[in-house]
Design a protein. Sequence first.
Length: 43
Amino acid sequence: MEKRREDAEKALDERRKADDAFRANFERLKAERLAREAAASNS
């Protein structure tokens, strides 16, 4: 039973790391898109 708990905690930890990485990448891409749109509207 302890092994299943460890596996579940490891899976949750990996999921959290993946979610954090996804969110960081999403925010970076959003900032780049907003910068491009701002540059396009200024020209």
